[in-house]
Design a protein around this ligand. Structure first.
Ligand code: TEU
Ligand code: CA
Length: 556
């Protein structure tokens, strides 16, 4: 298997708005990131995936871009960006930008022009359709952020498509002028010296010609058969690869919600000349569309999680590259959704989850604060939400819709993206050291127990456990390139697998339960040295009793 720096890297995602505020306006910014690069270098990460920092009206916190080649006012200036990029590179840390080109902001000059008239030169940069009549959109598709996916525009008496908010009109990728604009902008950023792109909903850029009604789930029709993995998506990615990506030593990861392992082999195949890897979402979107779409407080059964992860490990091996993650800026906090955030189990389960993920085959991603074991936020009322997705969903399902607050509230506070967007908890000073002002979103009140200052000083902290895992990945090629094989697949309590490379073998054992469980170390591993454990127990005898959320790795 070909070696590559992005296969051997550990990637850290920064959501700049909530990472570190340097000027007291309560909003994270680029100078704040620069001030924390020593912390990230100490953790040992190799790459930062930077959520969008471009000019934006922040309808969707930067995922609605009004100028791809300028910096958002709240985050600072292009000089601040250049300073951060240089400071990261000085520390051997690469910077991967978030490329959001399925849609722009409605305040982007292209859209301002496009909506002016039907014969404007920019008209076909976006997707315009006549309504069925003045009050009825072209079809029944629903937006990811509630409401219809079409917005009526009086100026030209037509509707435009927006799969996300109505301030995020979808670009028309079938228009070669759009593709050229995007490729030129990507080239401009690569020439500045960035190190790659995370590509936002890149599997949605090609839509079918026909746009019929979709199957109704909840209140609207499903657009995905017509807008996800569309007819030209691979052609457009190969064109992007040929005109931009292949010309630089950069890495690319596609956000491809709904992707299957078969499709992933095309998007991220070793020699398909598209992307290096993709994010699959089966383990985090297993429940949708559920009772209330994605909104559920159900937890994923362990056997389901193991089936999903094992399938991705085995089916991509040697053919395409896995991305490994528990959470990001769109998901609840890992320890609250896959672990156990009760105080007596939080640290052990956070370390167990880290072991389970970082010993798998693929590139691991750490979402800001995950290395501290940060938890979901204790929401008390809808006024605390800041995310357009949660605000709109609560209105659609509860205020305007048929669902009671009592039924819906546990679901929305479990899955709300705002759980991941509370400020990183740096220390025990006011607002957890994130800002000297008033934070744009509340800080989790548990920051006095969970913060970077305490954890960097405590060798037994979740932070130091992540640091050790990252170090092991650099020390042992088997962790990066070894073949994965599942064990105990029917166990509802243990996630156990092996890795094999050139005669070396790892045994990875993770307890996902809050009670003691018995375990027998398989023959070849009895007496093998333990390279990491979250309990520091003795693993010399074959028969053993695992403590709640115990995790360990043996290497022979
Ligand atoms: O997310 C795309 C996406 O699929 C999300 O709707 C995700 O599935 C959902 O939020 C899970 O609850 C990307 C970005 O990561 C997200 O932050 C943006 O809001 C969205 O695209 C539009 O750019
Ligand atoms: Ca600021």
């Amino acid at each position: 298997m070909k070696r590559a720096w992005w296969k051997e890297a550990v990637i850290y995602q920064i959501y700049p708005r909530s990472f570190m505020d340097s000027n007291g306006d309560g909003i994270g910014d680029l100078k704040g990131i620069t001030s924390k690069l020593d912390y990230l270098q100490y953790l040992g990460i190799d790459v930062i995936w930077l959520s969008p920092v471009y000019k934006s009206p922040n309808d969707d916190n930067g995922y609605d871009i009004s100028d791809y080649q300028d910096i958002m006012d709240e985050f600072g200036t292009m000089e601040d960006f250049d300073e951060m990029l240089a400071a990261a590179h000085e520390r051997g840390i690469r910077i991967v930008m978030d490329l959001v080109v399925n849609h722009t902001s409605d305040e982007h000059r292209w859209f301002v022009e496009s909506r002016k008239s039907k014969d404007n030169p920019y008209r076909d940069y976006y997707i315009w359709h006549a309504g069925r009549d003045a009050q009825t959109p072209p079809n029944n598709w629903g937006s990811c952020f509630s409401g219809p996916a079409w917005q009526y525009d009086e100026e030209t008496d037509m509707y435009y498509l927006h799969l996300f908010s109505k301030k995020q009109p979808d670009l028309n990728w079938d228009n070669p002028k759009v593709r050229k604009e995007v490729f030129d902008m990507m080239t401009w950023w690569c020439d500045k010296g960035i190190d790659g792109f995370r590509m936002d909903v890149i599997s949605m850029i090609s839509k079918t010609e026909e746009m019929p009604d979709g199957e109704v789930h909840g209140l609207y029709g499903d657009f995905s058969p017509y807008c996800v993995h569309g007819p030209n998506v691979h052609r457009y990615l190969r064109e992007m690869n040929e005109k931009v990506l292949s010309r630089y030593d950069i890495m690319t990861v596609g956000e491809t919600s709904g992707v299957t392992t078969e499709q992933a082999k095309q998007y991220a195949g070793e020699d398909t000349h598209e992307l290096n890897m993709v994010f699959q979402f089966e383990h985090v979107e297993w429940d949708g569309p559920g009772k209330y779409g994605k909104w559920t407080d159900e937890r994923l059964p362990l056997t389901t999680l193991k089936k999903i992860m094992s399938r991705w490990q085995t089916e991509l091996y040697g053919k395409a590259w896995n991305s490994l993650f528990w959470d990001n800026h769109d998901q609840p906090r890992a320890v609250s959704s896959f672990g156990d955030d009760r105080p007596q189990y939080r640290e052990a389960s956070a370390k167990m989850l880290a072991t389970c993920l970082h010993m798998q085959q693929g590139t691991p991603y750490i979402y800001q604060g995950e290395e501290l074991g940060m938890t979901n936020y204790p929401f008390q009322n809808p006024a605390e939400f800041r995310d357009i997705e949660s605000i709109n969903a609560y209105r659609e399902w509860c205020i305007d819709g048929p669902v009671s607050h009592e039924d819906f509230w546990p679901c929305i506070i479990f899955k709300s993206r705002d759980n991941a967007r509370t400020p990183v908890q740096w220390d025990t000073s006011e607002h957890a050291g994130f800002t000297t002002g008033t934070p744009w979103i509340a800080v989790n009140p548990n920051y006095r127990e969970i913060n970077a200052r305490a954890e960097t000083a405590d060798p037994d902290s979740v932070f130091h456990y992540y640091k050790k895992l990252i170090g092991l990945r650099k020390e042992h090629p088997i962790i990066v390139y070894g073949k994965y094989e599942p064990l105990l697949e029917d166990s509802e309590e243990l996630f156990v697998y092996t890795r094999t490379l050139d005669g070396e073998k790892l045994l990875v054992v993770c307890s996902f339960c809050d009670h003691e469980t018995s375990f027998t170390i398989p023959d070849p591993f009895v007496g093998a040295p333990c390279i990491i454990s979250n309990m520091g127990n003795n693993y010399d005898s074959a028969q053993m009793t695992l403590k709640p959320y115990e995790a360990f790795v043996l290497k022979k």
